[in-house]
Design a protein around this ligand. Sequence first.
Ligand code: CA
Ligand code: CA
Ligand code: CA
Ligand code: CA
Length: 640
Amino acid sequence: MRFLSMPPMPRLLLCFALLALLAEPGGAVLFDTDPPPPPVPVTPRWVLGGLDRPTSIAHANDGRLFLALQGGLVVIVERGALRPEPFLDIQSLVTKELPGPHSGEQGLLGLAFHPRYATNGFFFVDYTDRDGAIVVARYQVSGDPQRADPASGRILLTIPKPYVNHNGGQLQFGPDGDLYVSVGDGGGAGGPSCFSQKTDSLLGKILRLDVDANAGTPPYHGIPADNPFPGSPIWATGLRNPWRFSFDRRTGDLWIADVGQAGREEIDIQPAGTPGGRNFGWKLMEGSECFSTGDCPVGHPPCGSPDLVLPDLEYGHADGDCSITGGYVSRAPSLPHVWGAYFFGDLCSGRLWAADRQGATWRVRQLVVPLPGVDTFGEDSAGNLWVATHEGELFQLVPEHPVDTTGLYDPATARFLLKDLDQDGPEDRALRFGRPGAPWVALAGDWDGDGHTGVGFWNAEAGLFSLKNALRHGPADILWSVHAPSSRAIPIAGDWDGDGRDTVGFYDPGTFTFYLTNELAGASFPITFTFGGGGLPVAGDWDGDGKDTVGLYVPGRSAFLLRNNLSAGPPTLRIRFGTANAGWLPVAGDWDGDGKDSIGLYDPATATFRLLDALRPGPADRVIRFGTPGAGQVPLAGEW
Ligand SMILES: [Ca+2]
Ligand SMILES: [Ca+2]
Ligand SMILES: [Ca+2]
Ligand SMILES: [Ca+2]
């Protein structure tokens, strides 16, 4: 629906642009590196289709998703299904589809719910009206929570435009409670009137409105006192078509994705709490390149001036890319492995990416599955990420494979401490199970194959496995009495036959023998083989074939020895990881959701996990401080 105003590009210039992809001096980061890093294990999961040109996805701090459709409807998706009646119908106010280039950029473009929607029922829309002007309007819910009051409309802003394209149209509430509005540069090609550099024009800007001021009287908003240009709604200048922007719901940072002209798509990040008034450069610059000064105000900064803020990330128009669709920094509970990565896409190529900082540099990883025509991203109230396409399909971004997070068993208090996100800090959930001080060995496994990991114990004294499916207080779901192969045998858990259910086994460090079973019943362990020469046993699906096999951590050598078959033989993989420290304990899990388990170590003395995403020598990909130093807590992993 957004078409680039792309003049014919001289071949020489094109060659230059391609070269620039490979070697960019300083400043902004061009991420199309060669070779690209491995893909990010996130995939779009189809939820529903048949939407008529979705443009915006929003939530009202409840379980529903609201979608703005370009023709002038707001519809509700609830529990994965589209409600038959629209929430709002303003089709009569919105630009009717006109034939000709760029008219596809008009219509109902933005939607945002007031942070206190639950009490005031206010929400805001951005559309182009019958005259082609940009309108920001407020509406209110009716007595029926599934229907807005169509007569409640109040217009906050009307911004006339010379051309039909470049309308911006994103609405977002900032962490300050103000409403931010993106406005395109007025259209045409190449910013003909340089509106984006003129502070007496609202075109080519991000605006910031106080919608709680004058809530009952025109103009139904006020100007925040600390806006950079007194009395003006302008927050930022120098933008071309900031179709989508968002705030990181955790940090409050502002992420602007500005659609480029002929060569550069850019992402600008404004840290939370920094003052307004940034000039992002258009049309003096396109991304980090000089563009044009035509019709720009006298005294404008020159190209390359520090007064023009360079993009944090940019990409060129190789490989079919042409128009950035900005997304969100993921704080999705369903995506624990990419916490803090910024998701975005390109309208033309359908490529989707996740960008995250790796120290001082950026890592930009592509999603394996492209999504042609990706028009807009959204968050639900929980922070999960959604994508809608021009073809009218809605997707949720989900892990390619289930993702494991860490846990601990605290023997002193008989509590399982579980993390839903691998971040420093205390547990997300605690489950009391067991007996404080008992010398039982804690285990984690999906005993019932429902996709969620349960917990359990091996009680050597009683010769008893007691296992729980649900992470709720209460007795064990499974009790299995069995003789251990020896008094020193160490229990392990894994899905040895790949049927989706974890069972158990032992490693006897005296005879270097594993004893495994595929049933939590009977009197013996049908699978036995020798492996290694002692150490602490681990289990995981190292090769991603769906079946767990075993490994050993040898503390004295700081080495993991892993094997891909449940049979006697040498290690398939040897990985030295972590400095030799007798107190460190091994753990295994699929921390990055690529379908393969990897390894980690937990240091109880400092309460620190060190985890590897891939089975290669360190350093650790993830370092997580979790637990109580010196408390003797035992590491676990699972998809809790
Ligand atoms: Ca389970
Ligand atoms: Ca199994
Ligand atoms: Ca395997
Ligand atoms: Ca993995």
